[in-house]
Design a protein around this ligand. Structure first.
Ligand SMILES: Nc1nc2c(ncn2[C@@H]2O[C@H](COP(=O)(O)OP(=O)(O)O)[C@@H](O)[C@H]2O)c(=O)[nH]1
Ligand SMILES: [Mg+2]
Length: 251
């Protein structure tokens, strides 16, 4: 079983791509299971094969410990660590080739807290991949793309897993902006020049030098442009996932 953890800011399209990607994989006659790790979600576009909500009651925790919505989500994800083996057993009974893991809406609950890493390693050991989704709704300028790169890197730095970056919802992106985004993702010089031309001062010198070395070293990775609505980019995403999990990528 190969675990793929979907991560990204709230509303970036994790749950939508969980469904779209699972359908894409199934269309190649490959078995796939879906695990929902979002304790607070009311509705999902897919029927999960294993679900954190069967083990952790978000509303009950809020009530019992007098927590607000964020506190209750934190408590729920922490409590889920104690149920990893049960979720894993449910998935192992199905023995799919891939398990797509849909993480909590707010990225920080999973990506930046120890509970996220404990759940990931509890399920998959150190053999999993991450897919980072960046919402194209936030993309207007070169500086937005740089923010996205750094956010994606923050996930990669924590999980240290082979990571695929996706710019999601490209069906919502005007064509000229999509072309610019493809340019930014493939040509670091253009990205940095446009970033500098937005606003330049002496204090930016250091941040530009840092960015240049990160971009030149390839640490920030490549992007796939996806839409769960139109299916664009899903073939490419699945191909990258296969490449990673067939041992084609160094960890
Ligand atoms: N147009 C468009 N909307 C999308 C796409 N993916 C997700 N959405 C919408 O964006 C919203 C948030 O998506 P969701 O998958 O719940 O985000 P999550 O919080 O990351 O799980 C929902 O209203 C989705 O219907 C996409 O590819 N295109
Ligand atoms: Mg979701």
């Amino acid at each position: 079983m190969n675990y793929i953890f979907l991560m990204g800011t709230a509303g970036s399209g994790k749950s939508a791509i969980a469904l779209a990607l699972s359908e894409r994989i199934k269309s190649s006659d490959v078995d796939v299971a879906l695990l929902n790790l979002d304790p607070g979600v009311r509705w999902l576009p897919y029927a999960p094969d294993s679900d954190i909500r069967d083990y952790v009651n978000y509303a009950q925790l809020a009530e019992e410990y007098k927590l607000g919505p964020n506190g209750a989500l934190v408590a729920s994800v922490d409590a889920a660590v104690g149920h990893v083996s049960e979720m894993k057993a449910e998935l192992e009974r199905l023995a799919p080739e891939f398990v797509i893991v849909d993480t909590p809406g707010q990225m920080e609950l999973f990506a930046y807290r120890d509970a996220g890493m404990l759940i990931a390693t509890g399920l998959a050991g150190d053999d999993f991949s991450t897919v980072f989704l960046a919402d194209s709704v936030f993309l207007n300028r070169a500086s937005d793309f740089i923010s996205i790169l750094l956010l994606s890197y923050s996930v990669q730095a924590r999980f240290r897993a082979p990571q695929i970056n996706c710019l999601s919802k490209i069906d919502l992106l005007p064509k000229d902006l999509l072309e610019r985004a493809i340019m930014w993702s493939s040509d670091p010089d253009t990205l940095i020049n446009e970033f500098i031309s937005q606003r330049s001062d002496e204090k930016m010198e250091l941040s530009i030098r840092l960015l240049e070395s990160m971009l030149d070293s390839g640490a920030l990775g490549e992007f796939i442009f996806t839409s769960s609505n139109t299916g664009e980019g899903l073939d490419d995403l699945y191909a990258q996932i296969q490449r990673i999990h067939s041992g084609g990528e160094d960890r």
